[in-house]
Each structure stands twice: as C-alpha cells, then as structure tokens.
Design a protein around this ligand. Sequence first.
Ligand code: TXA
Ligand code: MG
Length: 323
Amino acid sequence: MDCVIGKEVEIAAEWLKKGYAIGIPTETVYGLAANATSESAVLKVFQIKNRPSFDPLIVHVSGTAAVDQIAEVPDTARKLMELFWPGPFTLLLQKKSVIPDLVTSGLPTVGVRMPDHPLTLELLQRLPFPLAAPSANPFGYISPTTAAHVSNQLGDKIPYILDGGPCRVGVESTIVSLEQDTLIVHRVGGVSVEALKAAGYKVEMFSGEQDIPSAPGMLDSHYAPLKPLYFGKASTLFTRKYEEPVAVICLDQSSAGVVPEGYTLYPLSKAGDYAEAAQHLFAVMRLLDESAYKTILAIEFPEEGLGRAINDRLQRASIKRSV
Ligand code: TXA
Ligand code: MG
C-alpha cells in the first residue's frame, strides 16, 4: 500500500469512513486510528500492529458529549473530564454495547480520552464515530512521536498518516479508574500524580489482580529498542563494563561528571526540565537504536512529576536486562 503523509483532515476522514486504519497525531504519541464502532476496522488495527487481542484499545472522542454515546458517565467522571480534557488523561468507564468487545478485549470498561491536538480534534468533529487508537508502533517497540516514525514502520500497511508535527507531550496518557473519590492509576503518563493530587483527589497505584495479562503497555517488556538498554541509578549502572560504543540517556548535562570516559551523553533536556525530557524520550531512543552504538544506558530520573512516566517507559524498555 502506498502511504501518503499529509495534513488533510478531509482525506483522513474519508479513509476512516471507508473502514481503513490510518496514522493520526495526538499531543502524546501518534495513534493508529480506526472507527471504534466497527469490529472489522478495529481488527485491522490489531493486525497491522501485530497486537495480541488481550490488550485493549483507547477510544478517542471529540468532547464530553460524545462519551455518553459509548459509556456510562457518573457525575464524578464528568468533573474529571472538565479538569483534564482535552489532554493526556484516559478514564476507564463502563462501556455501552456500541463499542465492540474486541476494542476492550472483552472487559466491561472502555478507556476514553479527548486528545489535545487541533488536527485530530477537527477530524473527530467531522466523523460520525469515535476513534479507537493505540500507539502507532509495532507491538512492543518504541512509540512514535513524528509522522516519519509511523511511516518508517507501518508505511506499507496504511494508506494515510495525518501529519501534525512532533508530539508535544511525548509520553502516553495517564490511565485512571475512579472509585468513590480515589483515582486508581493504571498507567503513569502525561498528567502527573502530583497534578491529580493538586486537583483534590486521593491517588493510588493500580496493584490488584491484573484485569488482563497486560494492562497499559503493562507487559513487562514494552517500548523496547532492539539494542540492549540498561536502566538504573548512576551508582550501579557504571560499575560494570558494556560493549562499546555506549550512549547514555539522562536528564541533563549535570550527569557528565558521573559518566565514564568514552561514553556519549544524550541529555533529554537543556535545563533539567521533565516535560522537555519526556518530549524527546522516544525520539532519542529510536535515534540510538538506529545508530552505531552497541549499548544504550539510561540513568534513572527522580520519581516526581513526569520523571515517573519517563522511568516507567525506560524500565519497560530495559526489562530483564537491568543491572
Ligand atoms: O496517549 C495515549 O494514550 C496514546 C495515544 C495514541 O492516545 N495511546 C496509547 O494506546 O498509548 P496504547 O494502546 O499504546 O496503550 C493503551 C493501553 C493499553 O496497553 C491497554 O492495556 C490500556 O491502555 N487499556 C485500554 N483499555 C483498558 C481497560 N478497559 N482497562 C485497562 N486498561 C486498558
Ligand atoms: Mg502503546
């Protein structure tokens, strides 16, 4: 299939109405989108990504009004939508039957979010259905944050990528469910735990029985480059030898002092800013995976703000290979 990269919302809408899956921009990462109410369209998403059917998709909507058509919305959930939409915030709600079981992997809940990207919001407003969209990468690989990332990997399988420029947030949405006045965080992401607490909520990390074998990118190994990536604190990371040349992902230049001679530093931010670091994370991981480096190291971020989401992605990228 010849894949076109363009900025035409109308063309994107036409492909989606015909039942195709296409690439779409969001503020977090690019999505592989299809009509969320069509089982055959959603099936294409699973096939193109090589995604196991037990891993449910997030449904993207144009606003709060559209949610009522696909899910039961308690008043407490409406408050959350007002606070965090549009934005990197996915809410798990009881689904209505218009959403095929395939989308939710048979779960009674559906993940819903309103993305904060002008092109995709315009697209959603034009469509008579919401869009099921996982990240537009082959299952288990690094998520895409540019249209070129999508086309490099899925270009032969989709007809169109709506190009909305590089993603502003750079890590996926925070996924939460609501129990009374407590937010249960199923995946840390673009809205920090601190921001949830600042809005007056109690916050707990999801720890119960996994409702599915792999919740949110929750398979242990995920977001992973093909090269070995080792993740940890500088104090343990640099006590052993690695195959060289070695690249080191870190927050900023301040790590220069702790890195052994000959290793090359890749600071994700100039000024030690977590938001800027998150924005660059996946693009730098991809760059290093495609480079001549033999080993990628990543120094743990402080567990605060978006540092938490960055650590989560690096941990899953490195799993079973950590020092
Ligand atoms: O920022 C994002 O959320 C991006 C953009 C494209 O919107 N999407 C994204 O989708 O990260 P994906 O499929 O890569 O990750 C969604 C995760 C899945 O791993 C899935 O396990 C979890 O959301 N999920 C979806 N529905 C769920 C549900 N009903 N219960 C628990 N987890 C759910
Ligand atoms: Mg993903």
